[in-house]
Design a binder for this molecule. Structure first.
Ligand SMILES: [Ca+2]
Ligand SMILES: [Ca+2]
Length: 115
C-alpha cells in the first residue's frame, strides 16, 4: 500500500504509522532485529515525511526529525527517485536504515498504538 493508505490502515487499528518507536534507537533496533529481519526481506513505511516543506523532515506526531532521532542510510534523504520523495521508509536494501521514497510506492506498514 502507498504511504497514505498505510496511515489510514494504521489509524483503522487505533494507531498511526510508527513515529515514537522509530526515533527511539533502542526500540527501533529491537523492532528491526527481532521482528523485521527474521521475516522475508521487505521495506516498510514509517511515520515520517517532508511533504509539508521539502527537506524539512518531521515525524507525523509533529516531532522534528534530526540526526539524533533518525538513522538515514548514507546519502539519504536524497529526494529520489522522482523529485518528491517525501515519505519515510525502512529500506530493505540498506539493512532497514531510513530512506525517503515517493509516497505512491508500495510498502508494508509499521504501525504503533499508544495505550
Ligand atoms: Ca522530499
Ligand atoms: Ca531516497
Amino acid at each position: 500500500m502507498n504511504w497514505e493508505d498505510a496511515r489510514t490502515y494504521c489509524q483503522s487499528l487505533g494507531g498511526d504509522l510508527a513515529a515514537w518507536g522509530m526515533r527511539n534507537a533502542t526500540i527501533r533496533d529491537a523492532i528491526i532485529n527481532n521482528l523485521l529481519l527474521p521475516r522475508p526481506s521487505a521495506s516498510y513505511w514509517i511515520g515520517m515525511t517532508d511533504i509539508k516543506q521539502e527537506g524539512n523532515w518531521q515525524y507525523i506526531d509533529g516531532v522534528p526529525a534530526t540526526e539524533n532521532n533518525t538513522n538515514f542510510a548514507p546519502g539519504e534523504p536524497n529526494d529520489n527517485p522522482n523529485a518528491g520523495a517525501d515519505c519515510g521508509e525502512l529500506w530493505d536494501s540498506k539493512n532497514l536504515q531510513m530512506d525517503d521514497l515517493t509516497c505512491s510506492y508500495t510498502r508494508f506498514a509499521i504501525c504503533e498504538r499508544r495505550y
